[in-house]
Design a protein around this ligand. Structure first.
Ligand code: NDP
Ligand code: HSE
Length: 440
């Protein structure tokens, strides 16, 4: 590989030579990061005592038109991550491979690593963080959760003394944008997704956003930082937003609620952690309810800190670059002070509680025959499973049909699901349209 910068290689960055950074990826986040390092170079140098230079950028497609000289780009990422002429690798490719292999290779070659890749950390965090820690290197991933919101570092440091009782996050900008557009403008799902893609919020494969996979990775990372162990992803209950219709959003509004896709981590009464991702109703008065569009938020309750919420832009080039560059500044400071910031407990295989054990309130929307006795039959079926009904809205439809929306009291998920099965078999029920959990 040709020389990467004008400076002679030296053992470590100093007043005479900058921290030399290699970017892997020059898409939405990569180009934002490049711009921020360049535009704010004086600010960065003043705050770290070291200059910072992006000396090479790894990409995949060399035929793409780029806004920078071609000499800055390479498609040989395997060689780039071990080059003597770089100090830090910033992985902004996304996905599992080749990102995981490249990050591992970089750490083995004694490079500090910054990444925005939630899939990488959710699946390989324990192994890679251990590798970094054992080598005295930094591995930072603030941008992997909540885009521009500083939440990973506060959980690792300032909040680490708390027993976190519950955490709920709106962690995906794309789905929050879609749900907001549906709720406020009655927008069509597909149109709102296309807009989120055009704004650079969506993943390369937007099913990751829509089906809650991206939120699952981020929730797993939050749980792992908070409780010190990686959560096996197959133990996380996951639902996306495809099942949420305008009829649900409207019914929730009538009852004083909004619908959000949430990543939830909580300690059960038995002291086991439950991690789940699904759309849920939250009261319009809850702090999370007013977090709209691309904004993300993480609400938590700690035993000493009490209720706390972080919010900000959860996706897009500039906010995400802000988090990546914040991590780069941490790396530069650690290089200067000869320290390391990776030493957090991040073991393997956290035991978790299954969703059937959840105790929650529920929302249910049914189409029924609008005749005498219908309500009584439904209430009796729920009563048999000890599911208490708390609120109800009924609207008459054409053709002798009605739509009923119920909210239940707190009950066990297993009992609720069995009760719905019984209700669905009643002669007066035309269809069980949807049910969702109620939080807050
Ligand atoms: P993009 O799809 O916009 O960019 C990906 C970049 O990686 C492109 O430059 C692409 O190269 C390069 N790339 C992809 N595959 C390879 C490969 N096999 N070898 C070399 N280079 C490759 O992604 P984003 O910038 O949106 O996302 C990057 C990361 O940041 C992901 O982990 C994402 O989850 C995360 N993230 C994204 C946010 C956002 O708002 N977009 C917010 C927070 C995190 P080429 O240019 O040649 O195609
Ligand atoms: N696709 C992600 C989102 C990017 O929409 O939130 C930020 O992680």
């Amino acid at each position: 590989m040709p020389s990467l910068s004008n400076q002679e290689p030296s053992s470590s960055p100093s007043a005479d030579r900058p921290v030399r950074v290699a970017l892997l990826g020059f898409g939405t986040v990569g180009s934002g990061t490049y711009r921020m390092v360049k535009d704010n170079q004086e600010e960065i140098a003043r705050k770290t005592g070291l200059a910072m230079e992006i000396v090479k950028i790894g990409i995949k497609d060399e035929t793409k038109k780029r806004s920078l000289p071609s000499s800055l780009f390479t498609t040989d990422l395997d060689e780039l991550v071990v080059s003597d002429e770089i100090d830090v690798v910033v992985e902004l490719i996304g996905g599992e491979e080749p990102a995981a292999g490249l990050v591992e290779k970089a750490l083995l070659a004694k490079k500090h690593v910054v990444t925005a890749n939630k899939e990488l950390i959710a699946k390989h965090g324990s192994r890679l963080i251990t590798l970094a820690k054992d080598s005295g290197l930094d591995l930072h991933f603030e941008a992997a959760v909540g885009g521009g919101i500083p939440v990973v570092q506060p959980l690792k440091h300032q909040l680490a003394g708390n027993d976190v009782i519950k955490m709920m996050g709106i962690l995906n900008g794309t789905t929050n944008y879609i749900l907001t557009q549906m709720a406020t403008h009655g927008a069509d799902f597909a149109d709102a997704l296309a807009e989120a893609q055009q704004k650079g919020y969506a993943e390369a494969d937007p099913t990751n956003d829509v089906d809650g996979i991206d939120t699952m990775y981020k929730t797993a990372i939050l749980a792992a930082i908070t409780f010190g162990k990686q959560v096996p992803l197959e133990q996380i209950h996951r639902e996306g937003i495809r099942k949420v219709s305008y009829a649900d959003i409207h019914a929730a509004q009538m009852l004083g609620y909004v619908i959000k896709l949430l990543g939830i981590v909580e300690e059960t009464k038995e002291g086991v952690i439950m991690v789940r991702v699904h759309p849920a109703l939250i009261p319009q008065t809850h702090q999370l309810a007013s977090v709209n569009d691309v904004y993300n938020a993480i609400w938590l309750k700690g035993d000493f800190v009490g209720d706390l919420m972080f919010s900000g832009r959860g996706a897009g080039a500039d906010p995400t670059a802000s988090a990546v560059v914040g991590d780069l500044i941490d790396v530069a400071r650690n290089i200067k002070m000869q320290g390391s910031g990776s030493a957090i407990p991040y073991g393997q295989d956290m035991p978790t509680s299954p969703i059937e054990e959840l105790e929650s309130r529920y929302y249910l929307r049914l189409t029924v025959e609008d005749t005498a006795g219908t309500l009584g039959q439904i209430a009796t079926a729920f009563g048999r499973r000890e599911v208490g009904l708390a609120a109800m809205e009924m609207r008459t439809k054409v053709g002798g049909l009605g739509e009923i929306v119920f909210l239940t009291h707190v009950c066990r998920e297993l009992d609720f699901v069995q009760a719905i099965g019984e209700v669905g078999r009643l002669g007066c029920i035309v269809s069980v349209n949807n049910w969702l959990r109620v939080e807050g």
